[in-house]
Ligand binder design. Structure first.
Ligand SMILES: NC(=O)c1ccc[n+]([C@@H]2O[C@H](COP(=O)([O-])OP(=O)(O)OC[C@H]3O[C@@H](n4cnc5c(N)ncnc54)[C@H](OP(=O)(O)O)[C@@H]3O)[C@@H](O)[C@H]2O)c1
Length: 253
């Protein structure tokens, strides 16, 4: 049994604790949150605390809090020589405080508390300063996922920026598409099969080959007409992406 303490009660902490609860190989000894009110949705089988001085002994401490707070937070942990990992895609492992053994346990997926997710297919990127800890993290990750990768901090940073493009930016573009539909009284759901096909096509074709649309075809009249339908901010985004596609496929528009 691997004993785990989770620090944080947000999206990742919630999904990780649910995934560990569903196995009989991990014991969630405790979950810490700075506010009692943030613990409401945490499964009541889990022992919780709002006091860092009450932290129990565990094999792994997983910090799943806001990126910008991790370094300072880690310096406040009353632990020595324990294995402490964070779940961030962008933060280097060495930003954790030097007083303990360090590692990373980064699940590469988008998590929202209210959306269920199957952890088995989620890639977990692990890193540790020493080999025994790497073996332990590999064991822990393999209990909940089939896809475990050893990725160093530099590689993880690139992976994270790529993830921002393929997830966060794409989702923002869905939001813009949704707004345009709402403003013109057309149901967004008509676009759903297109959204699904766009995502599934790149599993079969490289994204470069999957590209279609007016920017790739150099349909200048269509592009001009589209720009007339958009707000200032939408025009800027449309123009940057159109130029990027056009440059990628050779000729300037
Ligand atoms: N969400 C994702 O899709 C995703 C995917 C992979 C990795 N990650 C990484 O996982 C980590 C957590 O992300 P998240 O999406 O779960 O965040 P989140 O839902 O916004 O939750 C953030 C948590 O951090 C706590 N927190 C913030 N500042 C704190 C401080 N100074 N001291 C103690 N606790 C503090 C918050 O506590 P309160 O409730 O008290 O405010 C909350 O429990 C981040 O490193 C993120 O990069 C996120």
């Amino acid at each position: 049994m691997i004993r785990v303490v989770i620090l944080g009660a947000g999206n990742v902490a919630t999904h990780l604790s649910n995934a560990f609860l569903n196995t009989n190989k991990v014991d969630i000894i405790q979950l810490y949150s700075r506010k009692k009110s943030s613990l409401k949705h945490i499964d009541n089988q889990i022992n919780t605390t709002t006091n860092l001085n009450d932290l129990k002994t565990a094999d792994v401490y997983i910090i799943a809090i806001t990126d910008d707070e991790i370094a300072l937070f880690s310096s406040k942990l009353p632990l020595k020589n324990s294995l402490v990992v964070h779940t961030s895609g962008s933060l280097a492992m060495n930003k954790l405080h030097d007083k303990f053994r360090k590692g990373v346990f980064y699940p590469l997926q988008t998590f929202s508390k209210n959306k269920k997710i199957d952890f088995k297919s989620i890639p977990i990127c692990i890193e540790a300063k020493n080999n025994d800890d790497l073996i332990l993290l590999e064991k822990l990750a393999s209990i909940i996922s089939k896809n475990v990768y050893q990725i160093n901090s530099k590689q993880r940073e690139s992976l994270h920026v790529a993830a921002v493009f393929v997830n966060n930016f794409v989702n923002h573009l869905y939001h813009i598409g949704n707004k345009i539909c709402m403003n013109h009284n057309v149901p967004f759901e008509i676009l759903e099969p297109l959204i699904q096909e766009t995502a599934s096509k790149v599993l079969y074709l490289p994204p470069y080959e999957a590209q279609t649309g007016p920017a790739k075809r150099k349909d200048e009249k269509t592009i001009k007409n589209h720009l007339l339908l958009l707000t200032n901010n939408q025009q800027k985004i449309y123009t940057i992406l159109t130029q990027s596609i056009s440059t990628t496929y050779g000729e300037k528009l």
